[in-house]
Design a protein around this ligand. Structure first.
Ligand code: ADP
Ligand code: MG
Length: 686
């Protein structure tokens, strides 16, 4: 008999008391516990000698306690310090406010510890690691130890032992609910293997296989559920474009070869365009990955088919930059491009509007001005929104009403809540550009406390200028008002010019300036007539000046991580090594942690994920509120490729079997309904 439904209280080692505590974690049956997955794993398969430990790594080591110290630090914190010794060296293991540990661990005890290593002035230290007595059982089987999300009164060991007992004493076999075809197609392991190995991984490989299956399953259930219960699949008929040989001529005329990722994204877009369905696609790619050219080619294909195209950008600077680069690329192919932005004179505007209406304009580029009522196209075929996260959903939708079901492409460098919601609601397909053009070097980022400011300006900045490069300096974010921010930028420029750079051309750029002046400054900066550009966040998106290789961000603690990453993306655009310096003046741990993340990684997806981790998912987007079941192992940032596969598969399944009535889908449907009904009262099992 299968004991999946057995009350957890009757499992060996549990009893009524522990059961009550597990109930608090929503664990009532064996099955509930089996689906209570670890949050992470500690790799204890590799026990290092003390001398092998490196600064900043998370590692496992063992030794004998040679000294125990306990004392109160200045701030009343009780510090407990064990010195571990092995034949290669010493390691200090430090705990705060846990002096009961001195009762558990004594001088002479053999212990195993797992934690992050700090090496400071010749001393090795581990703060608040996992610590356990070392037994011989551990020598024969070093392993991956699961770490569970817990509540008070249930220890990690409790769960580990209970799971062990279940697998030794109970008969647990979960019926497979994914269709055979899917298991085969995606080479997934069985549900039994997955669950068992999530809790008790045989080795890293098995864990990876198990995780992959569970993540895929979670996304599949989520996605089918969303399509099934909410929106259904959008099958609106769209324009059926044709592929054109001339597009290849344009590609050949580019000064570079497309990266594989660009080609892949482009092909996905073209496939959408030639199908009779309306395209609704998101191109996601880190800053600098080269999204613009994909947009250019998409717009060109629309024009080669006799339709018009529109490209909307969030700022005038960016719109102008796109205008220039599109003109450069497409003018030789007899494609007419126009710009529509707020700063045009009334007369200029009227002229552009006229040209759009009678199709003298093939491609229109602009800001929000594009969605104003007086803009009328002759036949709009494709609509592209750049840096989509800066726009509201409505604005994007409004642009598409200017045509008759035009294809829609949105581009973004930052996965943000709104975009995520869109992904989750499944109304967008996703293409990912996960590769930077060749020759790019990662941007070297370092954070400094503000007392180093003087050194930074007189050394780093000076050196960079002397090498012939240019520098951006971003001044602190002032949320209250653009006017105060503008003033701050001007003050900073004056200060820097006076103190450090009286011999250089230092200019300022902010949102309050006249567009024509902004243009002139950007133009001068591009041509290296300005060496240092002091700016507000108006340069956050899209701006491209490859010779600028150093970015200084003042009061970096005031910016969000994603925003810092966007800003930093303004450098590292050419082949010269680029740097970003973050100046901060906050001593909080959160600030430190955030600065460290920026120093550690150049990967925008990782940064969003960390941002989410620090801010907490509740603040980021409340899934429950949207009626979306909780993801236990899947992470919409980290596993976006799997999410995408699952999304495609969901559509495929629903296309064949809209109501999930086929025999191979019955069990899957049951799982989906169960997951969704637990958080949506209106959904019932029938
Ligand atoms: P983003 O994805 O941030 O919008 P851009 O489209 O502005 O990036 O591209 C950044 C820079 O990379 C531009 O100067 C562009 O010309 C260049 N670029 C784009 N694709 C390639 C490529 N395949 N090879 C070399 N350079 C490229
Ligand atoms: Mg861009």
């Amino acid at each position: 008999m299968n004991s999946l439904d057995k009350n957890i209280q009757f499992v060996k080692g549990i009893g009524p008391k522990k059961a009550t505590k597990l109930n608090k974690l929503n664990i009532f049956t064996i099955k509930d516990l089996l689906y209570y997955f670890p949050r992470s794993y500690e790799d204890r398969s590799n026990i290092k000698k003390i001398w092998q430990l490196e600064h900043d790594e998370k590692a496992c080591t063992k030794g004998i306690i040679s000294e125990v110290k306990s004392y109160e630090a200045k701030n009343k914190i009780k510090v407990t310090k064990f010195t571990l010794r092995d034949e290669t060296g010493f390691l200090n293991v430090v705990f705060f406010n846990q002096d009961y540990l001195t009762k558990v661990f004594k001088k002479g005890d053999s212990v195993i510890v797992y934690g992050k290593i700090k090496r400071e002035g010749g001393f090795l230290e581990m703060n608040s690691p996992q610590i356990e007595h070392f037994t011989n059982a551990q020598t024969s089987t070093g392993k991956l130890i699961p770490i569970y999300p817990l509540t008070y009164g249930v220890t990690n060991k409790d769960i580990i032992n209970t799971i062990k007992n279940i697998y030794t004493n109970e008969k647990v076999s979960i019926q497979e609910y994914l269709p055979k075809d899917i298991i085969n197609k995606y080479k997934l392991c069985s549900i039994d293997f997955a669950v068992k190995n999530l809790h008790m991984p045989q080795d890293k490989q098995s864990l990876k296989i198990a995780l992959y299956r569970m993540i895929f399953e979670e996304f599949l259930i989520l996605q089918i559920g969303l399509f099934y219960f909410k929106s259904g699949i959008d099958n609106s008929e769209g324009i059926k474009f044709e592929k054109k040989e001339k597009l290849n001529d344009i590609i050949k005329s580019l000064p570079f070869n497309l990266t594989n990722a660009q080609s892949r994204a482009l092909n996905e877009v073209i496939d959408d365009m030639v199908s009779e369905n309306m395209m609704n696609r998101l191109v996601q790619g880190d800053v600098g990955s080269g999204k613009t050219i994909v947009a250019v080619l998409v717009l060109a294909l629309s024009v080669l088919n006799g339709y018009q195209g529109a490209l909307m950008a969030p700022t005038e600077i960016l719109a102008r930059q796109h205008y220039e680069s599109l003109t450069q690329t497409l003018a030789p192919f007899d494609i007419n491009i126009d710009l529509l932005v707020g700063s045009l004179t009334k007369k200029q505007k009227e002229k552009v509007l006229e040209k759009i209406k009678n199709h003298e304009t093939d491609i229109l580029i602009g800001t929000h001005a594009l969605i104003e009522d007086n803009v009328e196209f002759d036949n709009l075929g494709v609509v592209v929104t750049d840096e989509q996260h800066r726009f509201g959903v409505r604005q994007r939708a409004k642009l598409s009403t200017k045509g008759n079901n035009p294809d829609i492409l949105v581009m973004t460098a930052t996965p943000i809540p709104r975009t995520l919601a869109l992904i989750l609601y499944g109304d967008l397909d996703i293409s990912i550009i996960d590769e930077l053009p060749p020759g790019r070097q990662p941007i070297d980022t370092r954070a400094f406390e503000s007392k180093k400011r003087d050194f930074i300006y007189s050394n780093f900045v000076r050196d960079e200028i002397e090498k012939g490069r240019q520098v951006y300096i971003v001044c602190p974010l002032v949320e209250e008002s653009e006017a105060i921010e503008a003033k701050a930028a001007e003050d900073l420029r004056d200060e820097l010019k006076e103190k450090y750079f009286s011999d250089l051309n230092v200019e300022v750029l902010h949102g309050k300036m006249k567009p024509s002046l902004k243009d002139k400054i950007m133009e001068d900066f591009k041509n290296n007539k300005i060496q240092i550009l002091v700016s507000t966040t108006v340069i956050e998106v899209g701006v491209n000046v490859p010779n600028a290789t150093l970015m200084i961000i003042e009061n970096a603690e005031r910016f969000g991580l994603a925003q810092l990453h966007q800003l930093r993306g303004r450098v590292g655009r050419g082949s010269h090594k680029s740097h970003c310096i973050l100046i901060y003046s906050s001593k909080t741990n959160v600030c430190k942690e955030r600065m460290e993340i920026m120093e550690e990684t150049n990967d925008g997806f990782k940064i969003s994920e960390k941002d989410l981790e620090i801010r907490g998912p509740g603040e980021f987007f409340g899934t429950r509120q949207h009626g979306i079941p909780e993801l236990k192992v899947g992470n919409i940032f980290k596993h976006i490729k799997i999410l995408k596969l699952a999304q495609e598969e969901s559509k495929f399944i629903l296309k064949q079997d809209r109501n999930l009535e086929k025999s191979e889908h019955i069990l899957l449907k049951q799982e989906i309904v169960e997951k969704f009904s637990s958080i949506n009262k209106e959904i019932s099992l029938n």
